[in-house]
Design a protein around this ligand. Sequence first.
Ligand SMILES: [Fe+2]
Length: 394
Amino acid sequence: MYSLMKHTLSFFLFLVVAAYTLPVWGQHNVRIIHGPYLQNVGTDEATVVWVTDKPSVGWVEMAPDDDSHFYAQERPKYFDTQIGIKRISSLHVVKIEGLQAGTRYRYRACAQEVLEHKGNQVIYGSITSTDVYSKAPLAFTTLDPAKESVSFAMVNDIHGDNARLEKMVGMCNLEQTDLFLFNGDMVSYSQDQEQLFSGFMDKAIELFAGSVPVYYCRGNHETRGPMASQFKNYFNPKTEELYYMFRQGPVCFVVLDCGEDKPDSDVEYYGITAYDEYRTRQARWLEKALKSELYREAPFKVIVCHMPPFGGWHGELDIARKFFPLLNEAKPDVYLSAHLHRYVRLEAGENGVDFPLIVNSNKTLLKAQASRSQLDIRIYDLEGKETDRLLIRK
Ligand SMILES: [Fe+2]
């Protein structure tokens, strides 16, 4: 009897100890499930975005691109904060400032799980990070207006076709591509975070987006669905708007946000959109942008906007009405658009547009190279055959 009680007590103690020491079935350490990827890389800043599977605090560790091992010393940490508090979230966004232009940096994205608050006490859990041990750390280069040349690529209207995205990116020499432009309709609608990543962004991250910056020009399809209003949490997350400008080497890029194609009152939008007012406000920004030093002093000026100013639908007509008088006056070198799922090329003077205009198809890749004296834009089909070329010399 005594022996039975002893064994029962021992078994009970084992269960108590096991409950506290063995991992609970189904529990696991925090993991990075999407990213990291780069946003808003500028001359002195960059934003890193990634997603974990559990609420956590996030930070980026930065190291110069020298011969030292990433583990050689403690690296400066840049935390994901808001009003002075580290954000507890599964979506992590860190803006790193004070960087040097045209400089390559290595980085590591990290997260530590936050289990709970007990009064003012914070109980932390497991930590995760991107790999800097078994492979080279992720790295990127800041923009540099003094750079002699720039090479960039543009894809658009992928509508969630990862295979097409992979094929087009595979046609680019990533070592020599300074940046990618995603010119809209990368998904057909914005359902949820998983659809956004599985639709195109996971593939972009796998191929380049952690080390080659992507600049996103929103299409009209990203404006649809329950996730649409959260688009900016993932793209341009630390900027005011989705329209913006930047310069790399000899090219100033002005990225516009076209909004929807039908009138705001259309039944398809269920009363949720207000793009007429948005485009009016954007035109006021564009007027200033086109007068800025950044624009005026760049040897080449490229406008990026998902919709062309023709086609006869309301969004296109509103762009023609509000943006094009300003653009015709500022005379950029080229307008790069998408949306129509067919290739269109206009020469300066056609259709009331005083500069060349390209509508890239959903099945063609645009690659371009610019020096201070020429901008060379080439279009390739999915077999890699060059189908058009626009060469602008100055
Ligand atoms: Fe579109």
